[in-house]
Design a protein around this ligand. Structure first.
Ligand code: SGN
Ligand code: CA
Length: 503
């Protein structure tokens, strides 16, 4: 009898494992502020990103993936709810607190029997809900010896560099998970967020590199009022001590002061000579602006190096545990970022560098290796895509659309129009705005800080330097685009925008 029960239990375990295997595991890696201009899969010559390139080579590289609101918390809220900011309530980083009682694709997966986990940067200000496990950074988190908030609400400090520690934690969770159920794991990296502090092994590795100054670095923002008042310029807003790590103040910055003696010794060995060199040069004007750009690029790209190295660890873990075949892997940044275009760092604007985000996805058996997609898609489309992949019904009130049809029919073209709405009106002084992008044009309405409309012809002006809104030759285009804008606003029920768009 005992033997019989044993065999039954074994069969039951095998059966549930089989069921679990039929539904794909899901692994999403969300980085912070990682620019597609710095990813070699996207043709960047600035550095190499072999792990991200591998995901693209084994799956799809989305060349027209966009976000609905180019900033951290709002982007993450859109990703998990599949809804615009005005529907999920998390409009900006300054005042919003995510209402965790609302539905998310993660909750739907959990109800369908998935084990769900979020490890790393979360930044939604409330306790994660719908997760079997979480270990998150408080707010933005720290690069060195980061604190984590555990499920019991207690904070725990982990020695080491944040990107490595988050990967360690993710692998620990994968090791301990229940293998009879499929999993959905989100790895939320802090890198490459300001203030771009590299791992000790990467510090100083790019000091001999000189990067090409972007053609628009000295942009004067003619005809673009919102661009004229922003505070995200490398030349005027990037701080020598805080951002560029020069020892020009009496006290070290808080992010540096928390390093342990070994970390600090490496940091000082690399950055003290840079400070000395900077002081000796005594730069002003354009040479100073160009020097700051080089410094920014070296720190940013060195910070990105450990990000790619840890993505490689994630992929290697899946290989070693025979999980690669049955796991969907998505890599994306929470938004794009400026690498000196228009003279900027940061994001927020509906201009291409920050509106667009890098996104690659591997889904063996469904996405043909080496696919390049030109379909316009949004971060809001991830939730319904993953629900469809898991065979879970997509809730009617999700505003995103599954991307899977793109891989079934070559005639599927993706979205014809992208609707965008950015709300924050504080740090970096970027005026709130909303607008649409079609394959050819972009129409933007700025409000609150700056009242203005902008129109770009992306075919003739991909750098978005010439605002054509007042140009007589484009008046019928403006009229037509305004109609399209109103349709989008109506479709997504953005009542705040509706009131402003008619003015
Ligand atoms: C912080 C940064 C800003 C950045 C926002 C939003 N300042 O406030 O430069 O734009 O985050 O970034 S810092 O001095 O704290 O670094 S986001 O990725 O979280 O949206
Ligand atoms: Ca971000």
């Amino acid at each position: 009898m005992k033997k019989f029960i044993g065999i039954c239990l074994l069969l039951a375990a095998c059966f549930s494992q089989l069921l679990a295997q039929q539904r794909p595991n899901i692994l999403i890696i969300i980085s912070d502020d990682h620019a597609f201009q710095t990813i070699s899969a996207y043709g960047s010559k600035l550095t190499r990103t072999p792990a991200i390139d591998r995901i693209a080579a084994e799956g799809v590289r989305f060349d027209k993936a966009y976000v609905t609101n180019s900033i951290c918390g709002p982007s993450r809220a859109v990703i998990i709810t599949g809804k615009y900011s005005h529907k999920n309530g998390f409009k900006d980083n300054e005042h919003s607190v995510f209402d965790g009682s609302q539905n998310t694709f993660v909750k739907e997966l959990q109800h369908a029997g998935y084990q769900t986990a979020w490890i790393g940067k979360w930044h939604l200000e409330s306790k994660p809900e719908g997760f079997s496990f979480y270990r998150i950074l408080p707010g933005q988190g720290q690069y060195f010896n980061p604190d984590f908030i555990n499920m019991d609400g207690k904070t725990e400090r982990k020695e080491g560099y944040v990107t490595n520690v988050i990967e360690d934690e993710a692998e620990n969770w994968l090791d301990k998970r229940d293998t009879t159920q499929p999993f959905c794991l989100v790895i939320g990296h802090k890198a490459t967020h300001r203030t771009w502090i590299p791992d000790t092994t990467d510090m100083g590795t790019l000091e001999n590199c000189t990067y090409p100054i972007p053609a628009t670095y000295f942009d004067t923002y003619d005809g673009r009022k919102a661009a004229q008042v922003q505070e995200m310029s490398i030349a005027k807003d990037m701080r020598l001590s805080y951002d560029l790590k020069l020892a020009v103040n009496d006290k070290p910055e808080a992010a540096i002061a928390r390093m342990n003696p070994a970390q600090r010794a490496k940091y000082d060995a690399v950055y003290n000579p840079i400070t000395a060199d900077f002081k000796a040069k005594n730069l002003t004007g354009n040479p100073l602006a160009e020097w700051k750009y080089q410094r920014y690029m070296r720190d940013y790209l060195a910070t990105a190096a450990s990000l790619d190295r840890n993505i490689n660890r994630t992929l290697a873990y899946l290989d070693e545990h025979r999980l690669s075949k049955n796991t969907i892997v998505i890599y994306l940044s929470d938004q794009g970022f400026y690498m000196g275009e228009h003279g900027w760092f940061d994001k927020r604007f509906m201009y291409e560098e920050s509106f667009r985000t890098p996104m690659v996805m591997r889904y063996p058996g469904i996405i043909k290796p080496g696919t390049v997609s030109n379909a316009m898609v949004l971060n809001m489309d991830i939730a319904p895509t993953l629900l469809e992949a898991a065979g879970v019904r997509i809730p009617k009130d999700m505003q995103g659309a599954s991307m899977l049809p793109l891989f079934r029919k070559s005639t599927e073209k993706g979205r014809e129009v992208l609707y965008y709405h950015y709300y924050e009106n504080g740090e970096h002084a970027v005026s709130p705005h909303f607008g649409i992008r079609t394959t050819r044009y972009k129409l933007i309405r700025f409000y609150k800080r700056v009242e203005a409309w902008e129109l770009y012809d992306l075919k003739n002006d991909p750098q978005e330097l010439h605002n054509l809104y007042e140009d007589k030759r484009y008046q019928s285009t403006v009229t037509q685009l305004k109609q399209q804008l109103m349709q989008e606003i109506k479709k997504y029920e953005d009542n705040d925008a509706a009131a402003i768009a008619v003015q």
